[in-house]
Ligand binder design. Structure first.
Ligand SMILES: [Zn+2]
Length: 295
């Protein structure tokens, strides 16, 4: 087996921009520390709503060229974060953005939501067995906020993690590998509340302010098991968010998606360990996702 960096982090996301919003500071921090950071994005985000009027022609109901455009945005964002290994599940365009829950796009041929988990998972097994990450980060079973591609990304990531560890499962995809720790993306309720209070006080230019329920993965503080202090990488994260210009409008430490509702950008990022041994004493948060992982 080829030489691998000592610490290897894999993140599985649904669309370009999800990685930066959820984990941008974490990714920049570990990349700067010499860890291998691998991002797998499951779709090109073809169904995203376009914010800048001069890019509106890319939209799926017009030229339908948003996917290729977002490949470029993602590459620019990863450059800002210092992440060199970013891939699309099964290759670019293999699975299409399914749109918001309930839309007819959910059932389109090739839509990620319309794909059997067991047809998508082998593509990720191949990545896992090649990169051999000790840590996997993905969404919770609700996909953080119910978007079909986020739910499916969760299912595929969890299924692939299990299959990768089984030596009897498709040996042609590489030598079996067990991921030591699996985390779901989270935001503690108190942090979300504090962020929105800051946003209201700041009086930014967005037409409205989002609600806490609009923020994916908000849970009670007691569910948080890991907290990554990414303040040193706040500028990197903001720059990466600006790189996703078709989807995100950034205003200082705040941003808005296509709904024009302001929300706080978090540079401390939070996680819940759902598989593997915690690297902190009971009741204490980890401050390193690799804590407790044997060298
Ligand atoms: Zn998304």
């Amino acid at each position: 087996m080829k030489d691998l960096p000592a610490r290897r982090l894999l993140l599985v996301h649904a669309h370009p921009d999800d990685e930066t919003i959820n984990n941008g500071a974490t990714m920049a921090l570990y990349a700067a520390a010499g860890a291998q950071v691998t991002l797998v994005t499951c779709t090109l985000g073809e169904e995203g709503e376009v914010i800048p009027p001069d890019l509106a022609h890319l939209a799926p109901d017009r030229e339908d060229r948003l996917g290729p455009h977002r490949i470029g945005e993602l590459a620019a964002a990863m450059k800002e974060l210092g992440v060199t290994d970013h891939r699309f599940l099964g290759g670019p365009g293999r699975f299409r953005d399914s749109g918001m829950m309930g839309l007819e796009q959910n059932h389109r041929e090739g839509a990620f939501w319309n794909t059997d988990v067991d047809d998508a998972a082998p593509h990720l097994v191949e990545v896992i067995r090649s990169v051999r990450p000790q840590v996997l980060v993905t969404y919770d079973p609700h996909g953080g906020y119910g978007h079909p591609d986020h739910i499916q990304a969760h299912r595929v990531a969890m299924r692939a993690a299990g299959l990768s560890a089984d030596p009897g499962y498709r040996p042609g995809l590489g030598e079996a590998h067990t991921i030591a720790k699996i985390y779901w993306n989270r935001v503690p309720r108190s942090v979300a509340e504090e962020g929105f209070a800051r946003l209201r006080d700041a009086g930014v230019d967005f037409p409205g302010i989002a609600a806490i329920d609009d923020i994916p993965g908000v849970v009670d503080d007691s569910d948080i098991t890991a907290e990554i202090d990414g303040r040193e990488y706040a500028e990197r994260k903001a720059a990466a968010m600006r790189a996703h210009a078709s989807q995100i409008a950034v205003d200082g430490p705040f941003f808005a998606l296509s709904n024009d509702l302001g929300q706080p950008m978090f540079v401390r990022e939070y996680y819940q360990l759902v598989q593997g041994d915690p690297g902190a004493p009971p009741g204490e948060r980890e401050h390193d996702l690799f804590a407790g992982v044997p060298a």
